[in-house]
Design a protein around this ligand. Structure first.
Ligand SMILES: *Cc1c(COP(=O)(O)O)cnc(C)c1O
Length: 396
């Protein structure tokens, strides 16, 4: 193949073409799994030179092998960032994105609808290190200026939010942050690198729980941090300091997942929306929490900033007993009950947003369920939901 101008290509084409080096690998289509700790050099001079390596050059296994670099290049370009780093989990990627910029005495603003373990970092480890935080309402937009302190270094965002799926006005937040010398970090896992380019919205650092849609098959844990040019050095430092890099087998699985990301997401997004629309018409359902469903409070921002929907959304039931909700969930034939999401299989879990939120009011008498639409046929999934409501109504 001849040299390609990747800037002209659409994301689907990038997913199929980036991170490949057939010439360097005997014509093999995929960059193989390079297992490595030691890298050998022919001379002392070469060994010394390698110490001053560029990003994407091998040096020592912990900093990545060609398998890692192929994945990192692909994620960074598809998501619209400058460089990417592969971590052993989404959680370690989040930790790196925070520790890279925060010092004792600093302050962080974190959205109230952030992923629970992200909140735990704010209230736990970072508090212990003398870094303070304020949780803010996901709908705050430009009013976040009122919460800025002289020592606010990071505004941490996640759009849509975990469990409750509120959208955030990222461009408005980024404008405030940059006027006050703070940076914007976003957890972009819901959209994957494909459906939202956070860098075009003013975000500086984007975190992906690659465990979800990038790997896409529920068989590996990984995280990615992608940055703009301005934030490259601090993240590189944090990546090296933490030593929490992903192993080559997992990088291979993640890059394999990227190849089919566009077709999986198109299908899962469509199935999720069919389920959401069907659920919205059920008398047992009080609200559907899905930003791509017309009428959702986040719909306009989603339409403005995203190019599609993934398959994860929530519902709020009208008040029923916990026993009725359990009867509905326990009897599902197609929806698995389990944490995580982003694989090929459909999932459902009960959620308890009121236990996590400080700012928003969530009435615990209205039970919540989170669904993940997999690659099963939508008709079969909806039949499984319908049977679930029969069990729920039996137990009321
Ligand atoms: C799962 C998840 C994470 C954490 O990823 P792990 O790979 O499980 O550590 C972070 N953010 C969001 C939104 C998630 O859903």
């Amino acid at each position: 193949m001849t040299k390609t101008n990747y800037n002209k290509l659409k994301a689907e084409t990038l997913l199929a073409t980036l991170g490949r080096d057939a010439e360097g690998h005997s014509g093999v289509v995929n960059v193989p799994v390079y297992h490595a700790s030691t890298i050998l050099y022919p001379t002392v001079a070469a060994l010394k030179k390698a110490g001053k390596r560029e990003y994407g050059e091998v040096f020592y296994g912990r900093h990545g092998t060609p398998t890692t670099f192929a994945l990192q290049e692909t994620v960074a370009k598809v998501e619209g960032g400058w460089r990417s780093f592969a971590f052993g989990s989404g959680k370690s990627a989040i930790l790196a994105s925070l520790l890279a910029f925060l010092e004792t005495g600093d302050h962080m603003l974190m959205v109230d609808s952030a992923y629970g373990p992200s909140r735990d970092l704010a209230t736990g480890l970072l508090t212990r290190l003398g870094i303070s935080h304020t949780f803010y309402d996901p709908g705050i937009g430009a009013d976040i200026v009122n919460l800025m302190q002289p020592n606010t270094r990071i505004i941490f965002t996640e759009s849509p939010g975990s469990l409750t799926f509120e959208m955030q006005d990222l461009p408005a937040i980024a404008k405030v942050a940059h006027a006050e010398d703070a940076i914007v970090v976003t957890d972009n896992t819901w959209a994957s690198p494909l459906l939202c380019n956070p860098f075009a919205l003013g975000v500086d650092v984007s975190v992906q729980a690659a465990t979800k849609y990038i790997v896409g098959h529920s068989d590996a844990m990984m995280g990615m941090v992608t940055v703009n040019k301005k934030c490259f050095e601090p993240i590189k430092r944090a990546f090296e300091d933490l030593g929490a890099s992903a192993g080559p087998d997992d990088c291979y699985l993640a890059l394999r997942g990227m190849r089919t990301l566009a077709v999986r997401l198109a299908q899962q997004g469509e199935t999720g929306l069919k389920m959401a629309a069907w659920l919205a018409a059920r008398p047992e359902v009080s609200r559907v929490l899905h930003p791509a469903l017309p009428g959702d409070p986040g719909y306009d921002i989603w339409k403005r900033d995203f190019s599609g929907a993934s398959g994860l959304f929530g519902i709020v039931l009208n008040p029923v007993s916990d026993k009725a909700v359990a009867a509905m969930l326990d009897g599902f034939e197609l929806f698995g009950l389990g944490y995580s999401w982003g694989g090929f299989e459909s999932l459902a879990i009960p959620t308890y947003p009121h236990k996590l939120r400080e700012i928003s009011d969530w009435d615990p008498s209205y039970p919540c369920i989170r669904f993940h639409a997999g690659l099963e046929h939508a008709d079969d999934l909806i039949a499984d939901l319908e049977a679930g409501f029969e069990r729920l109504n039996d137990k009321i």
